[in-house]
Design a protein around this ligand. Sequence first.
Ligand code: GLN
Length: 291
Amino acid sequence: MNMPREAQKLHRDIADRLRAAGMDTAMLDGRLIIQHVTGLSDIDLIARPQTPVSDKHIAQIEKMVARRQAGEPVSRLTGCKGFFGRDFKVAPATLDPRPDTEVLVETALRLLGRPHGEASARVLDIGTGTGAIVITLLAEVPSVTGVATDMSQDALEVCRSNAIALGVDDRLETVCTNWARDVTGQFDLVASNPPYIASHEIAGLAANVRDYDPDLALDGGADGLDAYRAIFSQVAGLLRPDGHVVVEFGKGQHEEVVQIAGREGFALIDDCSGLMRDLAGVIRCAVFRVS
Ligand code: GLN
């Protein structure tokens, strides 16, 4: 491909190639790829634009650029994805953390800001994947402790290594189980962003989701709502009397999720203000309490 060797020229060259391949975040993608391979910082790229990049690194960068041009997400190339201002390791067994989920995290942080009596708050994250939700909550609120579940042992290992890297592992327990089945104890907050795509819709998803996020993290069964039925049937005994359940779901699913929760004895808090919208205006998550 014959790429330039000076860092800033290299960055521009890669961005041009990615833009030509239709990537709308070409500059960012190029920077993340270069930084992942070379270890150069933002400052290096800006203040020392002529920093030479070695042949060995150029060869690695070329391979990654080709994969990116073919549509592979940058996070799958670098094994890393930013979420709520922190870097999370990702792997084939985990869903990439998404900006959509930040509204759930912000909602959970507001709930954790309420007084919890003497005890510090306990959080349960069901289907944790990378651990993005619970680890962010533990990192933001140092008194909180938590339990993270996943049915994939591989995902839990990713979650554990993220918890270690972000310094919260002494406050996080991981349990390999279906949803909350083998969890014991009492929680102030149960959070989950479970799989919610209907099985027959998986084939029609955008290739950058369908081909790289694991099916187990996407497939919500025939109508996409299996996880909510399981979760709401399991959590009643795990919630402290004034505790909350906050779940994320897909566009247009909120009415069905509210019905499922209602059948298991849960109601939206403060009627409709229990429904939260994401930045695009989509109703994206809901807060429930025992009704
Ligand atoms: N809870 C994780 C997240 O929000 C994983 C979600 C999933 O796999 N469906 O990133």
